[in-house]
Design a protein around this ligand. Structure first.
Ligand SMILES: Nc1ncnc2c1ncn2[C@@H]1O[C@H](COP(=O)(O)OP(=O)(O)OP(=O)(O)O)[C@@H](O)[C@H]1O
Ligand SMILES: [Mg+2]
Length: 604
């Protein structure tokens, strides 16, 4: 029995240590303990002065009754009042400031955590929600550890000190005063739970609103182009209304819960006068003592009133903290742990797919790749061909470990790719994704993501990516800022800036996912020449090229033909066009189209 008891206490302790509040205290608030301690000391002094003044008032009242001189009491009360202002200000500064620091550190850690989380995480979380947690929830936490912290200490001290002084004056009256207050607290308990859940819901709804606003701003051209403003306003309205409804409920719970404490305070005052008055009349208590007691109660009432508000701040903060730590504790998918393998670099790695099957985590039943097996020599150029949706991009994402393939199914230089140190592996490879992302910075800054970038390498990468002629027409050349997501560039230009970014990297594994999808014939020829050039550097680089344009694949050493996630054929360009199949059909069709003088395949 006792062993079980021990176990459950231990579990409870471990349980508490794992709660967001405990983590916050341990990781963020503990380092400001001295500030809190000093602030606490000043707060103690504040309360001590506040409860001592009534005693002096009581003595002054009694002195007045027997016509003694009042000067000493008045001087003492004035001095204590002044000191009270000083220590109160100091205590607030010392306790509020850590709140700001905690907010700063939390925000910093959250951002660096966000940079570590992988695409599978972002597939499941909305941007608006993340932004809302990083902005709104973090400021709630600040309010909690600053204002909330101050109030907790304050109320505790006020209760201890006034209780002590009251007891010294009259234990009986103390009991009379305390009973209504305790009853009020018991009633308020129910509201606390409710406040927490409503706060959580309210903050989630704010996240949904942010997501809707972010998405709408990003897709503004589409909304306006399709005259869909009304529909989007309506969707916004729905979210905004649910937020309002929860906010109203929150206000209702607060409106019911808080006055109960105020009421309890009023009853306490009434009870004090009802019981204390007769005691004075009977001569068992001096008028001064009753006045002092009343003054003590007025010192105690404001913290009691703010207790309600504080409880609501604490519940909001706790809800916010839960949401923040949900992000902070989201697992970073690094199966290699802290001691991942770092392979020797400098030459293109060999890659092997060994019976690779894969489904995206959010759709585990739908296999996107099935039993893919192939061996790629070091420094080879590999073409990937297949209809749209056949799994080309997915295969490349697995090589780049945007998602982790099942263990043992993708090997790099005979080592499981999931055992490699992720950062070291990514530093070796340059991936140009099918839907590249450009930052709202200059062309140069978009190509050289390192700090500081090398201008010569930027020039070289841009010219390899056939971007030179485009540079001439950009208003500020290399320094032209490309606008949000590269909005000021054409689709093909965006693609080539991203290609230049990949070439700039000078890794030894280059992954080009459909980089020819939005270029004209002339540019295509230039890029194909670049690819052929890369192919001519044996051993140095392993290159993957996924493309619908077969012109880009003709220099590949090996082309894998994918259909619905399976490899249905493989061989060199020459071999594949010499036999029947989807590859030759496409080749014939593209040649016919090119011969007629069509603009080639338009963006897919
Ligand atoms: N993030 C994702 N989550 C879930 N399913 C996905 C995801 N990305 C792609 N898919 C699905 O995986 C399948 C293969 O997609 P993939 O992008 O690999 O095809 P692809 O061969 O590159 O096509 P395309 O030629 O159009 O670029 C598709 O059915 C697609 O719906
Ligand atoms: Mg693709």
């Amino acid at each position: 029995m006792s062993a079980r008891g021990d176990l459950s206490t231990k579990q409870q302790r471990a349980g508490f240590l794992a709660t967001p509040i405990a983590k916050l205290l341990r990781k963020y608030a503990w380092r400001y303990r001295w500030s809190y301690l000093a602030g606490g000391a000043f707060l103690w002094l504040t309360n001590l002065l506040a409860v001592s003044i009534p005693g002096e008032i009581g003595k002054a009242v009694d002195a007045l009754r027997v016509s003694q001189p009042l000067g000493g009491y008045v001087g003492a009360i004035a001095l204590m009042g002044l000191a009270l202002i000083g220590v109160r200000t100091l205590s607030r500064i010392l306790i509020f400031n850590p709140g700001r620091h905690v907010e700063y550190h939390l925000r910093r850690d959250l951002f660096s955590r966000l940079l570590k989380l992988q695409p599978s995480f972002y597939a499941e979380h909305q941007r608006g929600d993340i932004v809302s947690r990083a902005a709104n929830d973090i400021s709630w936490v600040r309010t909690m550890v600053g204002y909330g912290g101050l109030q907790i200490i304050n109320v505790t001290f006020a209760v201890i000190l006034t209780g002590w002084k009251m007891l010294a004056l009259s234990p009986r009256l103390t009991l009379v005063v305390l009973l209504p207050v305790l009853a009020g607290m018991a009633v308020v308990q129910w509201g606390i739970r409710k406040l927490f859940h409503l706060s959580l819901r309210n903050q989630e709804q704010l996240g949904e609103i942010s997501e809707h606003v972010l998405g709408s701003i990003q897709g503004m051209a589409t909304i306006q182009g399709f005259v869909a403003e009304d529909a989007f306003t309506q969707r916004f309205e729905e979210r905004n209304q649910s937020w309002l409804r929860t906010g109203m409920k929150l206000a209702l719970v607060r409106a019911i819960a808080l006055p109960i404490l105020v009421l309890a305070g009023g009853i306490a005052m009434f009870a004090l006068l009802a019981v204390g008055g007769p005691l004075v009349l009977e001569g068992r208590l001096t008028v001064g003592d009753l006045a002092a007691f009343t003054a003590l109660l007025t010192v105690f009432l404001p913290p009691l009133r703010s207790l309600g508000w504080m409880l609501s701040v604490l519940q909001r903060g706790r809800a916010a903290l839960d949401r923040i730590f949900e992000l902070m504790d989201a697992p970073i998918e690094r199966p290699e742990g802290d001691e991942g393998l770092v392979l020797e670099r400098g030459k293109g790695p060999s890659i092997e797919f060994r019976d690779l099957s894969f489904a995206y985590p959010d759709q585990p039943e739908q296999m996107v790749l099935e039993n893919v097996s192939a061996r790629i020599d070091p420094g080879a150029v590999i073409g990937l061909f297949g209809r749209t949706g056949s799994g080309k991009s997915t295969l490349l994402r697995l090589v780049a470990r945007h998602y982790n393939p099942p263990p043992g199914s993708v090997l790099v230089d005979d080592h499981d790719v999931t055992c490699l140190d992720l950062d070291a592996w990514r530093e070796r490879l340059a991936m140009v994704p099918q839907r590249p992302f450009l930052f709202s910075e200059s062309v140069a800054a978009n190509v050289g993501l390192d700090d500081p970038p090398s201008p010569e390498r930027i020039d070289r990468a841009l010219s390899m990516a056939a971007f030179n002629t485009d540079l001439e027409v950009l208003p500020h050349g290399l320094q032209t800022v490309v606008g949000e997501r590269g909005i000021m560039l054409s689709g093909g230009q965006r693609q080539r800036v991203a290609l230049a970014r990949g070439l700039y990297r000078q890794g030894d594994l280059l992954i080009l996912d459909d980089v020819l999808s939005a270029v004209d014939h002339e540019t295509e020829a230039e890029l194909v020449a670049t690819i052929a050039d890369l192919a001519r550097q044996p051993q140095k680089l392993t290159v993957f090229i996924a493309s619908h344009r077969l012109s880009a694949l003709q220099y590949a050493d090996l082309i894998l033909v994918l259909e619905r996630g399976r490899i249905v054929d493989q061989g060199s360009h020459r071999e594949l066009i010499s036999r029947k199949g989807v590859y030759r059909d496409t080749w014939d069709a593209q040649r016919r189209r090119d011969a007629v003088g069509g603009a080639g395949e338009v963006a897919s």
